[in-house]
Write a protein that binds this ligand. Structure first.
Ligand SMILES: [Fe+2]
Ligand SMILES: [Fe+2]
Length: 139
């Protein structure tokens, strides 16, 4: 069994290095959770990994949102709401793991994976198209 739940693919690249690097870090974190799961260590390690994921996700989302506001991206509010609901989801997941109500499972990790990939390919590529059309460099 592969130790990676997500293999980075150039197709996921949005074309801005700064954003791609942050997305790769999120992929790494999901893979880290997955690796702990297949090693049978998820119950001990998940809380810490999820804590890091909440922090880093928040940091990444703020990076994007700062660009949205700086360049008046028309879908700023909608995109911010989507970000917030994902952060809430990870926070809830972590709380469930901490109080023993949620067991780390393949299904849950798959949801995280699916959400991230769908978001990059959908909402994130949308803002990239907008910025590229305007000739804006995100650095
Ligand atoms: Fe993103
Ligand atoms: Fe985003």
């Amino acid at each position: 069994m592969s130790k990676k739940l997500i293999a980075w693919n150039d197709f996921y690249s949005v074309g801005y290095e700064l954003i791609d690097e942050q997305h790769k870090k999120l992929v790494d974190m999901i893979n880290e959770l997955y690796a702990s799961f297949i090693a049978g260590e998820a119950q001990e390690k998940a809380s810490e990994i999820l804590e890091e994921m909440v922090k880093y996700t928040d940091y990444h989302f703020k990076t994007e949102e700062t660009f949205f506001e700086k360049y008046n991206y028309p879908e700023t509010e909608k995109h911010k709401e989507i970000h917030q609901s994902f952060v809430n989801k990870v926070v809830e997941f972590k709380a469930g793991v901490d109080n023993g109500e949620i067991t780390v499972s393949y299904d849950i990790m798959n949801l995280l994976r699916q959400w991230l990939i769908d978001h990059i390919l959908g909402e994130d590529k949308k803002y990239v198209t907008f910025f590229l059309e305007k000739g804006i460099e995100l650095v």
